[in-house]
Design a protein. Structure first.
Length: 310
């Protein structure tokens, strides 16, 4: 593949991640209510880790784990710690102490921190039009979530900390993808991250919640796990080919998708305010990526799909 084909592939994969994210948040609204949130995060991550092991075996990449240098294992361990464990625990605890709208808005600011970190550590250029796009994205989120944050609660700070951890992890993962395959980076986040969460559950005594699981819980683990598996595989593969700052901007499209599903399946109204917010989000994402780049990707889509199938 040429450079443009690889960029187009990356954009399409991260767009797929945004769609999966939107669907996953909608599904998880139902599943997480049936679980201890920490245990739910652990079981999902562990299930995805097993799926990734199967993928690595199927693609004959599992043997590459044995060839990794100590530096690679250190990077994967950091990814698992700051991306696959700590932020999940902070985020779920934060959501229990603040409102869903506050948590959602704070999480959607991640692209700002990623852009700054990527500019400093990865030398990704931050053009002026990306800053303008960021303003549209922030306005879009305010309209879309139909609120303006008032005051700062303890839960907000925990969600902010989780978002910062995820921003750091995304930048580290982009660096790791220079030499490691996307599947191995994903395994580092989910597999090693599961170990850290398990240690947390053991030391806090939350592991006892396992005894309360019933057969009704396992379908939620499988459904949420499959979606998370699709998320990490498309995300890290797409991230290998495009800037991490651009990729995190595209993820913002998950919010309108979640609301659209809520409108279709739960009969909740898609308000005029949310419609304005969705348009602002879409315009902001298009501005961040570049209208010319989007047009070139769409124009070359048939050829790209043919290349991917061959």
């Amino acid at each position: 593949m040429g450079t443009r084909d690889l960029t187009s592939k990356g954009l399409l994969l991260v767009f797929s991640t945004a769609v999966i994210s939107g669907v996953s948040i909608f599904i998880n609204k139902f599943g997480v209510g049936e679980f201890d949130p920490y245990l739910f995060a652990f079981l999902k991550n562990l299930f995805v880790a097993f799926l990734l092991v199967g993928l690595l075996l199927g693609l004959k990449e599992f043997k590459n784990l044995k060839k990794l240098a100590k530096k690679d294992w250190l990077i994967l361990s950091i990814i698992g710690l700051v991306g696959g464990s700590i932020p999940f625990l902070l985020f779920f605890k934060g959501l229990s102490l603040t409102t869903a709208t506050n948590g959602a808005f704070i999480h959607k600011t991640m692209f700002i921190y990623v852009a700054i970190l990527a500019g400093v550590f990865l030398k990704e250029k931050i053009p002026n039009w990306l800053l303008i796009a960021g303003a549209f994205l922030l306005m879009g989120n305010l309209y879309f979530l139909k609120f303006l944050p008032v005051g700062i609660q303890q839960g907000d700070l925990l969600v902010l900390a989780a978002t910062a951890f995820w921003a750091v992890e995304n930048v580290i993962s982009k660096y790791a993808l220079r030499t490691l395959s996307p599947r191995i980076v994903a395994f580092g986040r989910m597999g090693i991250g599961s170990v850290f969460i398990l240690l947390f559950l053991i030391f806090t005594g939350n592991i006892q919640a396992v005894s309360k699981l019933t057969p009704l819980h396992f379908p939620w683990i499988v459904i949420s796990g499959v979606l998370l598996f699709g998320y990490v595989t498309t995300w890290y593969t797409g991230l290998k080919y495009i800037n991490v700052s651009t990729a995190t901007v595209i993820l913002l499209l998950g919010s309108p998708i979640t609301s659209l599903l809520t409108f279709i399946f739960q009969g909740q109204s898609f308000t005029q305010t949310q419609l304005i917010g969705s348009l602002l989000l879409t315009f902001g994402v298009a501005l961040a990526i570049g209208f010319r780049e989007i047009w070139q990707t769409l124009k070359g889509l048939p050829r790209l799909l043919y290349v991917l199938r061959s």
